[in-house]
Write a protein that binds this ligand. Structure first.
Ligand SMILES: [Zn+2]
Length: 414
């Protein structure tokens, strides 16, 4: 006898997805559900209401993380967390994070409705401020005990914004630290998410099994030359900071494609000063980041990039200043989580491929403290962080079914 795998209630999921997608949606202007905004708080309340309606317990912790729980019947049971985030970037898309939260809720509801008795408590969680309009992966870091006083002292949009956001939500720095959970109580973490890139769609594959989240090293880079009259100074006599910047941007692409396949790098901001038609640029200020799935490779890549900047500075007669402004270590997912996802996909006869995640996620934080895994579903045209971000409903449902299968396997084998 063959068992058809347990599947979620596709109609209930679709109806809820349609409702959730409306909260903070402004049509062509995109989704405006930044952390702690009114629409964000509304979406979180909606999530708790839907959880209560399904007969689940709800809870909000000191970091503002919102949860729906199905307690295990077993005493001393650990908790298997499933989830993502309901906050968005400004003018973002409707599925980034939201799919993972709703998918998690649907999985927990389905397990409850099926009367499945698991040896772990299942918890669907909506993490606070993943996108970083206040701090970045604030909720998952707090839960994982990965918040430091230094992070709170200098959040990237300033401390005033952080304190105002916390106070507005009835939270405090103390409550953030109190949200930490003992990793011994956690059985694992699974996150369903849209791919946010074109790989699955182009390959015609239904699911991505995330091998890890790429680490990220970022730098402020400054070339300094000499400001001169752009009409009177001969070309050969210039120390043009713009040339350093241009050469670095082109060389960076070549370097990564030739020596670091599988890595990516980007110059996302460039400013020339003083900034006029008739003045040779004295300063070129760049924001550069590079990403790799491997810690050693990330270090080698960062060193190679800085060496390249040094060579270009010398070539054009410029001074070079560099400052490391951020380092996120790569976070490999757990082999057992990857296997559970692969098994679930196979049982559902869905095609799946292993792939890295270029973007950061709550799973990146959770992978440091527990058995973590991530499922990707295809993004239409690879678009994300944009109003046109979308994934077909069947793909969303496939992902949720795989999350369900993987969760049940992890719950019963961990
Ligand atoms: Zn996300």
């Amino acid at each position: 006898m063959t068992h058809e795998p347990l599947t979620v209630d596709a109609d209930r999921f679709a109806a809820d997805l349609a409702q959730l997608c409306e909260i903070g949606w402004e049509g062509e202007r995109g989704l405006h559900r930044t952390a702690f905004s009114q629409p964000h708080l509304q979406a979180r309340e909606w999530f708790l209401r839907r959880a209560s309606a399904a007969g689940l317990e709800t809870r909000v912790d000191g970091a503002g993380n919102h949860s729906a729980l199905l307690p295990s019947g077993e005493p001393e049971a650990r908790t298997l967390l499933l989830g993502s985030h309901l906050d968005s970037v400004p003018a973002g898309g409707r599925l980034d994070g939201a799919l993972g939260v709703l998918g998690a809720l649907e999985v927990v509801r389905t397990v409850k409705d099926a009367g499945l008795r698991l040896p772990v408590t299942l918890e669907a969680i909506d993490f606070t401020d993943e996108e970083g309009t206040v701090l970045g992966t604030m909720g998952s870091r707090a839960l994982a005990g990965q918040l430091t006083p230094e992070m709170l002292a200098s959040p990237r949009y300033g401390r005033d914004r952080l304190l105002a956001a916390l106070a507005g939500a009835g939270l405090s720095e103390e409550s953030l630290f109190a949200a930490r959970r003992d990793p011994a109580d956690i059985a694992g973490f699974l996150e369903l998410h849209i791919e946010q890139g074109p790989v699955l769609e182009q390959a015609g594959v239904q699911l991505g099994i995330v091998t890890g989240i790429r680490g990220n090293a970022s730098f402020d880079i400054e070339f300094v030359g000499a400001a001169r009259h752009a009409g009177t100074t001969p070309m050969a006599a210039r120390r043009d900071a713009g040339l350093g910047a241009a050469s670095l941007i082109l060389g960076l692409r070549e370097l990564v494609m030739r020596d670091f396949p599988g890595c990516v790098a980007n110059v996302g901001d460039l400013r020339l000063e003083p900034g006029a038609f008739n003045v040779v640029p004295e300063r070129a200020v760049l924001k550069l980041e590079c990403r790799s799935l491997d810690e050693d490779e990330l270090r080698e890549l960062a060193e190679a990039v800085l060496a390249l900047a040094g060579r270009e500075a010398e070539r054009w007669g410029l001074e070079l200043r560099t400052e490391a402004v951020g380092l996120w270590k790569p976070a490999p997912t757990h082999p057992r989580a990857r296997e559970a996802i692969a098994h679930a996909a196979r049982r559902l006869r869905l095609t799946a491929t292993e792939m890295p995640s270029g973007a950061g996620h709550d799973a990146q934080v959770m992978a440091r403290i527990t058995t973590s895994g991530m499922v990707f579903v295809p993004s239409v045209d690879g678009i994300s962080h944009h109003p046109h971000e979308w994934t077909s409903l069947p793909d969303c449902i496939n992902g949720t079914n795989v999350l369900l299968g993987a969760a049940v396997e992890l719950a019963t084998t961990s």
